[in-house]
Ligand binder design. Structure first.
Ligand SMILES: [Zn+2]
Length: 676
């Protein structure tokens, strides 16, 4: 059978469908027993005056090393586009930030914002040397008034959108944290000092206005090391000039999908949206307003209800686009949302943000790269049966190349911003608690080093999670020391248990942080088991989606990659552009009962591959039964309940293979339901 003509199929989708889910906004906060303790231990900077303490503090960059599949993934990234973008892509190689004449705004700082944490979590000497040379060049070029980069210092010149300065400072403090180079800290402080008069002359506008809160990250970083009160005044000034997201989310406009070929707006821009959940958390640290604590949950519930996808993301191609699984989600939004969740986890300590972080990181993030991480998409789709240059696309405001895999499909922002996803995840897996303890806030194989009450401690996690249910943590203390170990128990992990040393398994409550208080001495093993029961969720138009643990499962398709744009500038291999088409049928409905998911699904462990997120490297696969549908149009389009006449059509039931969403390049994830 030939795959159905995609244009007719998409047109079908554009008509006659309910755009809003009937489901109520789910409650977001599960109780957690984390105290907001007032103190900080010696492993953290001195307590600042005037800033509320976060529930957890990220460890200094470089304290956490990836292991197992995560290390392989990060090495793929370092050997792919991230490690080499500056060698051939003019907007970084010839950036005005480094004295060149190419783009002089966000692109070079974006790249460094991901390349710096990648270099230091991997402890990669070559990459560390490379990023350090660029950082030193930016610092060296700073002007006496504190302005740097291409930002003009003369007030009479055309206003420069200060977003790039907020971003550059956020990027630079990571380098200071990893290296302790005081010149970088002084450069950021001088830049922030210049920012006050600058925003007094020309208040924030454009991207800077919508992303004001990113500036609070370097402001707080410098404040915790200098206690300069003017820094918090500057933070309040940025907040006063910036977009008021709670007010924006009290209005109805954000709930409606942007029409196909609709109007681009700042308010519904998907990357702004993905960055914004952290605004309230940072604002809460300034003056502890209860509304700021409540807002992120409310914002995520609205996004889930009106634009949510099974990957934990929301659509935006590139403005918010509703729940239809063939709308796109921009890669910048994926990595920015992950960073927002890492900030929310740190400030509020709510495990729900850890669940969401893993869901995005293990599904939406890897799916949107080629397995070698040389090519990426601008927009990914949850139901993505082919990735081609398509002038008849159904995006809201993006262009025809948005979902091919390539160097800079549609626009180059993701080319420069995609790098932060994996390395910042690795850097935020473990955090310290206010009472000198350690919290495992998200799980992937890794090793964390910190000091508790002066005693060096290592926590090493061996696991193939999220492809497996068992996680083995070895805590090693140089000498006896008592501190709490907090373990996030995912909300889906009913029946979770923990076994310490030679003890018996202890039950843990799903959706909480489990606290282990003991004296640690030498190596102690802590074995976690998170039972992963299959789930079948009802999605857009009652379509079925298969989930197990933090992973979403999609139909595995045979695929054909075709090189395109070979003559375009900078597309020399390995950084070329590609279309991907299916060479196996994809138009199936599934025979599954949402009330009894395990009855229709079997799961089989596979070795986690050298490329963990590739079709052949998938560490787990599922079998389900389904039936090919003669025509999607007859089946009421994507994801509709199949009419009774077709549910039992003449097509035979077939055994189908599903693999994790993050391992696919093309896929069907939301399926119509068929019956025996
Ligand atoms: Zn982008």
């Amino acid at each position: 059978m030939q795959p159905l003509d995609r244009r007719r199929f998409l047109n079908r989708l554009a008509t006659g469908m309910s755009l809003f889910a009937a489901a109520g906004i789910p409650g977001l906060t599960r109780g957690t027993a984390i105290p907001w303790g007032p103190d900080v231990g010696e492993n953290r900077p001195q307590r600042p005056d005037g800033l509320a303490q976060p529930a957890f503090r990220p460890l200094p960059l470089g304290s956490i090393r990836p292991r197992g599949w995560l290390e392989r993934q990060l090495r793929i990234q370092a050997q792919g586009l991230t490690g080499h973008l500056d060698e051939f892509w003019p907007d970084v190689a010839g950036s005005q930030w480094f004295g060149g004449d190419a783009e002089g705004w966000e692109r070079a700082p974006y790249w460094l914002d991901g390349a710096i944490p990648l270099a230091y979590v991997l402890d990669d000497e070559a990459l560390k040397g490379k990023v350090t040379r660029y950082v030193e060049e930016i610092v060296r070029r700073q002007r006496p008034d504190g302005s740097y980069g291409p930002m003009a210092s003369a007030p009479s010149t055309r206003p420069y959108d200060l977003w790039a300065i907020l971003l550059a400072n956020k990027m630079l403090v990571q380098h200071h944290e990893a290296t302790g180079d005081e010149r970088t800290l002084r450069a950021v402080e001088a830049s922030l000092r210049a920012l006050g008069p600058s925003v007094t002359r020309t208040p924030l506008f454009g991207w800077g206005k919508y992303r004001w809160f990113e500036g609070l990250i370097p402001i707080f970083y410098v404040h915790e090391r200098t206690r300069e009160p003017w820094l918090l005044d500057l933070a309040r000034t940025l907040r006063a000039q910036g977009t008021d997201y709670p007010a924006l989310y009290a209005r109805e406009a954000v709930t409606s999908p942007t029409p196909r070929r609709g109007r681009w707006t700042w308010d519904k821009h998907v990357v702004n949206t993905a960055m914004a959940p952290k605004a309230a958390a940072l604002s809460w640290r300034l003056d502890r307003r209860p509304d700021d604590r409540a807002f992120p949950g409310r914002m995520l519930a609205i996004l889930d209800r009106y634009h949510g996808q099974v990957t934990g993301m929301f659509t935006g191609d590139e403005c918010l686009a509703g729940k239809n699984p063939v709308q796109g989600t921009e890669l910048c939004a994926v990595v920015e949302f992950m960073y927002s969740l890492e900030n929310l986890l740190s400030v509020f300590g709510d495990p729900v943000f850890g669940d969401r972080l893993e869901r995005v990181a293990f599904n939406a993030l890897p799916a949107t790269f080629s397995p070698d991480m040389w090519a990426h998409q601008y927009d990914q789709q949850v139901n993505q049966v082919q990735c081609t240059i398509n002038p008849d696309h159904m995006w809201t405001t993006n262009g025809p190349e948005s979902n091919i895999y390539g160097l800079e499909p549609n626009y180059g922002c993701c080319t420069s911003n995609m790098h932060q996803g994996w390395p910042k995840l690795a850097a935020h897996l473990w955090m310290t608690t206010p009472d000198d303890g350690l919290a495992a806030v998200a799980y992937a194989p890794s090793e964390a080093r910190f000091r508790s009450r002066g005693v060096p401690v290592t926590a090493a996690l061996e696991t193939d999670y999220p492809f497996r249910e068992t996680l083995t943590i070895t805590v090693t203390a140089d000498r006896a020391v008592s501190f709490p170990l907090l373990l996030r128990v995912p909300a889906w992990a009913d029946g979770a248990t923990m076994t310490v040393a030679d003890g018996s398994p202890v039950p843990m409550r799903a959706g909480s942080f489990h606290r282990v208080e003991r004296e640690w001495r030498g190596p102690t093993r802590v074995i976690l088991r998170f039972p992963m029961r299959p789930r079948v969720s009802l999605r857009y138009n009652d379509a079925l989606a298969v989930e197990r643990g933090p992973l979403v499962y999609s139909l595995a398709l045979e695929e054909q990659w075709t090189r395109v744009n070979a003559g375009a500038p900078h597309r020399e291999l390995p950084h070329g552009d590609f279309e991907v088409r299916p060479t196996s049928p994809w138009n199936y409905g599934l025979l599954l009962d949402p009330e009894n998911a395990p009855s229709g699904l079997t799961f089989e462990e596979r070795p986690v591959g050298e490329r963990p997120f590739s079709p052949e490297g998938a560490g787990m696969r599922a079998r389900a039964r389904g039936r090919r549908l003669p025509s999607w149009e007859m089946a009421h389009g994507w994801a509709a309940e199949v009419p009774p006449g077709l549910q039992t059509s003449a097509e035979p039931l077939e055994d189908l293979t599903l693999i994790p969403y993050g391992c696919t390049n093309i896929r069907v994830t939301e399926f119509p339901r068929v019956r025996v």
